[in-house]
Design a protein around this ligand. Structure first.
Ligand SMILES: NC(=O)c1ccc[n+]([C@@H]2O[C@H](COP(=O)([O-])OP(=O)(O)OC[C@H]3O[C@@H](n4cnc5c(N)ncnc54)[C@H](O)[C@@H]3O)[C@@H](O)[C@H]2O)c1
Length: 265
């Protein structure tokens, strides 16, 4: 069964961070195919980013790729200026860029590692959300917008070896909720999406090793890991007109994995 295509506010323009890979890539492609002009950021892989742009353009959409470290204020300013210059004011934002946890316990974690992850996963959304709000506030028609922050089930469920990641995603949950409250009068909706195990390069080891993948999938009540497209479908809904009045919440997408805590012993 095909669902009807999502519709978006007229003249919408989207920025998707981390758009060269995984969830950001799938989201950028879906938005582009839905005819929303999209600017995706890439960190290192220009070829992957150009491939996303080519896929969108060959489907009749419009897209551009810009290199940006989202944890840097100057890079985020440049990103939005380029996007506005190319397509107009940005009213849709998906923060997907992020680093993963490494399993390093606190005693062995260098400050640089903690700092780098917090910069990518928490400073990044702060900087992009702030710039989106400033950009929209400068518009004479003061139209609303939509922000989706890609969090994780680890925003609530901690895992040993992830003090940097868990702290960043926990902070992101509160950033999302606080901004929803602040920005409701401007009709800018702010929501989070908390994935469980999704088969992207962030889970490269499960992609490379079928035994590991099957072992991990056996722990997921739904019986499989999610795909980047599963998450992109949810993100597109939250960005669409159909999601009007949803703000300040985080939607979990994990095949019920996070509900298995405290089962058994
Ligand atoms: N894959 C999963 O199982 C899973 C689960 C829960 C949450 N998430 C979250 O989903 C988001 C997307 O992850 P993914 O699975 O698509 O992984 P991914 O590794 O495919 O994509 C992450 C992207 O972020 C980029 N990035 C990292 N640091 C950056 C920085 N400082 N500036 C700009 N870009 C940067 C990387 O280059 C990469 O393109 C992340 O925030 C991640 O925490 C993923």
């Amino acid at each position: 069964m095909h669902s009807p295509p999502a519709s978006f506010a007229p003249a919408s323009v989207a920025i998707v961070t981390g758009g060269e890979s995984g969830i950001g890539r799938a989201t950028a492609i879906s938005l582009g195919k839905a005819r929303v002009p999209v600017v995706l950021t890439y960190f290192q892989d220009v070829d992957a980013a150009q491939d996303v742009v080519a896929r969108i353009e060959s489907a009749g959409g419009r897209a551009a790729a810009i290199q940006a470290d989202v944890g840097r204020e100057d890079a985020v300013e440049r990103l939005f200026a380029c996007a506005e210059d190319r397509f107009g004011p940005v009213d849709l934002l998906v923060n997907s860029a992020g680093r993963n946890m490494t399993g390093v316990m606190i005693a062995d974690m260098p400050l640089d590692q903690f700092d780098g992850l917090i910069r990518a996963d928490l400073y990044g959304p702060f900087l992009t959300c702030r710039r989106l709000v400033r950009g929209l506030s400068a518009q004479p028609d003061r139209r609303g917008g939509r922000i989706v922050n890609i969090s994780s089930i680890h925003e609530q469920a901690p895992r040993a070896g992830g003090v940097d990641y868990d702290a960043a995603k926990g902070g992101l949950a509160q950033l999302t909720r606080t901004l929803a409250l602040e920005l409701a009068p401007q009709r800018i909706a702010v929501n989070g999406v908390a994935p469980g195990m999704i088969l992207t390069p962030m889970n490269q080891s499960a992609l490379d090793h079928p035994e590991e993948r099957h072992r991990k999938e056996a722990a997921i009540p739904w019986g499989r890991a999610g795909t980047a497209e599963d998450v992109a479908n949810l993100v597109l809904f939250l960005l669409s007109l159909a999601a009007d009045y949803i703000t300040g919440t985080t939607v979990t997408i994990d095949g019920a994995l996070s509900l298995t805590i405290a089962q058994g012993a």
